[in-house]
Design a protein around this ligand. Structure first.
Ligand code: F6P
Length: 341
């Protein structure tokens, strides 16, 4: 098998199907290096004493901007990404799920025209139980008019997902995978741990339009809205129900792993709007989870909506905004989205 590394893929239009600007290519290389470093840390697990909760100065578990307990690895992964990208020279600023506001590039480093957004360690409740976790990221252009000496603000990041130039995620599982789209198809790379390089292993991934597999946290059923309840009840009814087929269910509780399964063999993933906490119209974050995953899923021939609208069309109002997410095999996503109208 011919080995196509990430570096070669990004340079060679035969593989990436688009002319990738040099600074975007180099930015992706920097992100992929950070992902390798996170993968090494995740792999060490208990041996490196990095499992469990991050202790704040007072000794209590620290809490992130989302009000969730931070794991040690959440903090380590965030620091690795910040450190690697600060001096890369391609960024105007970064935003992370773990930090309240945008992270400025220190004055002593060169700056570029891109904005990088990331969820450093997605699925972190799975770290301590040795189940796959991952990193999700996307790239936007800093809006025109940003003067060279002006630090980008939150407003610069609030662009709909359709403006993303690139989106990707890593899965730290039995193998470490990097899934990437630059707006012309979706490709996945497997980390060759001996050589330390990502090798193209899944070219032009396509999600089957139909599926018999769904992913949802069923324990929230009593909080869902009627359209999602109806759809899940119909799936549970199986062959003798209105959908006429038996469904299987999977829920890993790491979005990266659930989405990679859907990219591999189809399926539908739902974290719908519910009335558990009326202040949160969904659990997942628009800027760090929903938008990058929606771009990847659409680029692989699937669909991604909030139930009410296409995720990539949502105009963000805040860096940490939450949304309902329904994504995966197109015909099933269209069906449940239709039940909302
Ligand atoms: O916060 C993100 C996340 O960990 C996703 O990766 C995952 O799909 C979801 O939350 C799991 O939520 P729950 O613990 O409610 O099943």
């Amino acid at each position: 098998m011919k080995r196509v590394t990430l570096t070669r893929f990004l340079i060679d239009e035969q593989y990436n199907r688009s002319a990738v600007p040099a600074d975007l290519r180099l930015l992706i290389e920097v992100v992929s290096r950070a992902i390798k470093a996170i993968s090494i840390n995740v792999g060490k697990g208990a041996l490196a004493g990095i499992l469990g909760e991050h202790a704040a100065a007072a000794g209590d578990a620290s809490v992130n901007v989302q009000g969730e307990a931070q794991k040690k690895l959440d903090v380590i992964a965030n620091e690795i990404l910040l450190e690697a990208n600060e001096w890369g020279g391609h960024l105007a600023a970064m935003a992370s799920e773990e930090m309240e506001g945008p992270h400025a590039i220190p004055h002593r480093y060169p700056k570029g025209e891109y904005l990088l957004l990331f969820d450093p360690l997605d699925g972190s409740s799975n770290i301590d139980v040795n189940v796959s976790v991952g990193t999700i990221f996307s790239v936007l252009k800093c809006p025109e008019g940003a003067e060279p000496n002006r630090q980008p603000t939150e407003k610069d990041f609030l662009q709909p997902g359709s403006k993303q130039l690139c989106a990707g995620f890593a899965v730290y599982g039995p193998s470490t995978l990097l899934v990437l789209t630059l707006g012309s198809g979706v490709h996945a790379f497997t980390l060759d741990r001996e050589l330390g390089s990502f090798v193209l292993t899944h070219e032009n991934i396509r999600i089957p339009e139909d599926t018999k597999e769904f992913a949802i946290n069923m324990s929230n059923m009593r909080f869902w809205e009627p359209p999602v309840k109806r759809y899940v009840e119909e799936m549970l009814a199986g062959k003798t129900g209105p959908l006429g087929k038996d469904y299987n269910m999977r829920w890993i509780a790491s979005m990266v792993a659930d989405v990679f399964r859907i990219l591999t063999r189809g399926g539908i993933f739902m974290y719908p709007r519910d009335n558990k906490d009326p202040s949160k119209p969904g659990r997942l974050r628009l800027m760090y989870e929903a938008n990058p995953m929606a771009m990847i899923v659409e680029q692989a021939g699937g669909a991604a909506t909030t139930g009410r609208e296409r995720i990539l069309d949502v105009q963000p109002t805040g860096l940490h905004q939450r949304v309902a997410v329904i994504l995966g095999s197109k015909n099933e996503v269209d069906r449940v989205t239709g039940y909302h109208s």
